[in-house]
Write a protein that binds this ligand. Structure first.
Ligand code: GLU
Length: 331
């Protein structure tokens, strides 16, 4: 009797040991599992994913992306955090303060080239995928009397958070219409504050570069009649000629409640960038985890539905991270 129970204990212990050895790789094949265990060396264990303000689209999407990574990549903890958005995201990623970030494709390019707002070349990140169009929405209340960009002269205008891509787009759009930031009373506000201040009458208009519907505008339009101001066609043409990543876009009248006309404007694209501090094999696995869990990204915001391997490199403005490139090569 005694011998038998010891034998059973031994068998049980061996079974547990084998299960522990084989269990680390999730649902991947057994030969890959031993490779995974060896290759985890040098991986970045704690990943910070930079998004934007909480009333934008980056925030819900970025939190979902981080959750997918956290749940599906062994030994990695990932967290999505709010931030000032594109320009500061690119800088922080390059400085090693974060490992992944959502940014605009125009801003990622300026950073990689050391152009415009960037004083030096940011050479420590690569592209992972592009996702959806970020529409430059010039929002005002329907009764503000602002019907064109020219009408912004002398007005209080929110131009995005400090370090946002929105701020860069606002500057370029004003210039394409013959104005500069000095011709308006510019206010650096994130989308949520811009929306509240519009509603309270403290600002007259706000630039918002984000996927539609943008939370901050949705909230405003639930309680006030809003107008999205069209850009002049000449200015759109010159913007597209001067800055490669702008495309023309029409905002449909059903984009928001209380918005009953269409508007013509420009858009750039949202993309994910990754620090080169993430080793290639780890980034390949992260990319794979994301594309294996597209439902969760789509559930976070309707724009997340546009993430797809087939279009992931459309509008890609910088070199791919080697791990993302390795993932696409295998498809
Ligand atoms: N594209 C915006 C920016 O970089 C942020 C958009 C968002 O938060 O959804 O300024």
């Amino acid at each position: 009797m005694k011998k038998l129970s010891w034998f059973l204990v031994l068998v049980f212990a061996m079974a547990m040991f084998l299960a522990a050895c084989g269990g680390g790789g999730g649902d991947s094949g057994s030969s890959e599992e031993s490779e995974d265990a060896a290759s985890n060396e040098g991986w970045v264990e704690n990943i910070t994913l930079l998004t934007g303000g909480e009333a934008g689209v980056y925030f819900p999407l970025g939190v979902a992306l981080a959750d997918v990574i956290d749940a599906n990549v062994d030994g990695v903890t990932a967290t999505g955090v709010s931030s000032g958005a594109s320009v500061s995201n690119a800088e922080q990623l390059n400085n090693g303060e974060a490992q992944l970030a959502l940014v605009q494709n125009d801003i990622a390019y300026y950073g990689a080239e050391g152009m415009n707002m960037f004083e030096e070349t940011l050479d420590n990140y690569g592209g992972v995928f592009t996702i959806y169009n970020e529409t430059i929405q010039l929002v005002t209340l329907a009764d503000s009397g602002i019907e064109s960009v020219a009408d912004l002269e002398g007005k209080r205008v929110a131009i995005g958070d400090v370090g946002s891509g929105t701020e860069a787009n606002a500057t370029q759009i004003l210039e394409a219409h013959g104005l500069s930031v000095d011709d308006i009373n510019a206010q650096a506000l994130d989308f949520a504050d811009a929306s509240t201040n519009l509603q309270d009458g403290n600002v007259d208009a706000a630039f918002v570069t984000a996927g539609t519907p943008t939370g901050a505008i949705q909230e405003l339009s639930a309680s006030a009649d809003v107008r999205i101001v069209s850009l002049d066609q000449d200015a759109i043409d010159s913007l597209m000629e001067e800055y490669t990543y702008y495309v023309q876009e029409d905002i449909p009248s059903d984009a928001y409640d209380n918005f009953d006309s269409t508007a013509t404007t420009v858009a750039v694209q949202a993309m994910l960038i990754a620090s080169n501090d993430i080793p290639e094999d780890q980034m390949q696995e992260i990319t794979s985890a994301i594309f294996d869990n597209l439902d969760e990204i789509a559930n976070a915001h309707v724009r997340g539905e546009e993430l797809s391997v087939d279009t992931a490199q459309d509008g890609m403005s910088i070199d791919l991270h080697p791990g993302a490139a390795a993932y696409y090569d295998e498809q």
